[in-house]
Write a protein of this length. Structure first.
Length: 274
């Protein structure tokens, strides 16, 4: 294992057949030094095959993150198959809500990147859901992935992509590994586009900090996307004023959104010409 690398993107699949087209496309090589899980690497991407189920997924995410020296705010993506009563086989969906049927917990991945496919909510269960009686996506890993991954990165950079592999007409008992690989492979361009957007967002979040950034982040609550806006506004102030000291009175501000609004007002008062 080359721990000197700063892996910026982590992909997690439950099954080897889900991982196969991804390892081929991104030219990932298996790290034979890792035994508990199958881990595949290139210079920037680490893909882990965790095994099916919530416990396996949570363990795989935690193990990989503990083992590797990752960059600040890594991209974390779960890709896999899911069942749905009505959606056609092969439909690609970006998950905007995850419900754990065992614990009752709800998770809401913020969709801040360009959407390269449809979105839907998903329910995670400990056992396969084969009744297809409700119009929901079902899988066995997403809630565990999201809850564990957000301990190592921000919510905006933690996303789930699901491909419909079974429905009422074609139940899960008929799924073959080659079919799963083909379903995933068909959406490689969308996967690559999403990773590109998430990586761009990660670079913005981890870019050099302008003056006052750390002070404001400690004083007010900002989401990851709001931190990006804050950096952009502070950098814009520096450019327009030639790094003039910003007189910022925040005594009447309560949230990050209030700070962004005040900064935008301050910048709007600047007289400048091109």
């Amino acid at each position: 294992m080359n721990q000197a690398n700063q892996y910026k993107t982590f992909i997690y699949t439950a099954l080897p057949c889900e991982a196969k087209p991804l390892t081929a496309h991104f030219k990932l090589k298996k790290d034979t030094a890792v035994e508990p899980f199958a881990v595949y690497l290139n210079q920037d991407i680490c893909l882990t095959v965790t095994g099916p189920g919530k416990s396996a997924m949570a363990a795989g995410v935690a193990y990989t993150q503990a083992l590797l020296a990752s960059a600040e705010n890594p991209v974390m993506l779960n890709i896999g198959i899911a069942g749905h009563r009505d959606h056609a086989l092969g439909t690609l969906l970006l998950i905007d809500k995850i419900i754990d049927l065992d614990s009752g917990k709800h998770y809401y991945p913020p969709l801040v990147c360009n959407q390269h496919c449809l979105t839907d909510n998903l329910q995670t269960a400990s056992r396969p859901q084969l009744q297809y009686d409700l119009p929901h996506l079902y899988d066995m890993e997403a809630s565990a992935f999201y809850e564990t991954a957000t301990r190592f990165s921000c919510a905006e950079l933690t996303q789930c992509l699901k491909v419909v592999s079974d429905n009422k007409q074609m139940p899960a008992e008929n799924i073959e590994p080659k079919q799963v690989s083909a379903l995933i492979a068909a959406h490689i361009p969308a996967v690559e586009a999403l990773l590109t957007d998430m990586s761009a967002l990660a670079k913005l979040i981890t870019s050099p900090e302008p003056h006052l950034f750390s002070q404001l982040v400690q004083q007010y609550h900002f989401t990851a996307s709001e931190r990006v806006q804050l950096k952009n506004l502070l950098c814009r102030w520096d450019v327009l004023t030639d790094h003039r000291e910003l007189e910022f009175d925040g005594t009447d501000l309560k949230r990050g959104k209030d700070v962004l609004r005040r900064l935008d007002q301050q910048i709007g008062k600047i007289d400048f010409c091109l």
